[in-house]
Design a protein around this ligand. Structure first.
Ligand code: ZN
Length: 148
């Protein structure tokens, strides 16, 4: 837990001088080793909207090493991950699925995608999971989103 907080703190420091830095925004990176650089994201419930930016720091294209950032409740996470694989290329994500709270585009190395969503729709008592819906990636690329 302490190392997670230290990681988040470092990331915040890095982006402090950046114009992208706001309390209600977070950048997460995905790489060619099927990893996110954050296993936990904390969101201030006072934020009306939250903007998540996914940056693919790898070099492989989206059809081989695609990454996205999909947010669901933790209860919906595995069912949505399964139906995403059934949808297939290129997005690997069901359209207009009410279980999906937010999702970026599927991107490849060097690309970036952002999504802005309402925090007011989230419950502090609920457990939320984010993941990459590219086939097989959710096993390694997942994390918790905590509203507090
Ligand atoms: Zn991925």
């Amino acid at each position: 837990m302490r190392s997670h907080l230290a990681t988040i703190f470092l990331v915040l420091l890095v982006f402090q001088s950046n114009a992208l830095s706001q309390e209600c925004a977070q950048t997460i990176e995905g790489n060619d080793l099927i990893q996110y650089n954050l296993s936990e994201i904390r969101v201030d419930p006072d934020c009306e909207e939250f903007t998540l930016t996914l940056r693919h720091t790898g070099q492989l294209p989206a059809n081989i090493m695609g990454h996205n950032w999909v947010l669901t409740t933790s209860a919906d996470y595995m069912p949505v991950a399964s139906s995403a694989q059934a949808v297939g290329a290129p997005n690997y994500l069901p359209e207009n699925d009410p279980r999906i709270i937010a999702a970026t585009n599927m991107i490849g190395g060097g690309q970036e995608s952002s999504v802005t969503f309402n925090i007011s729709a989230l419950e502090q008592s609920e457990d939320y999971t984010y993941f990459c819906s590219f086939p097989g990636h959710n096993v390694l690329m997942n994390g918790r989103l905590i509203v507090e």
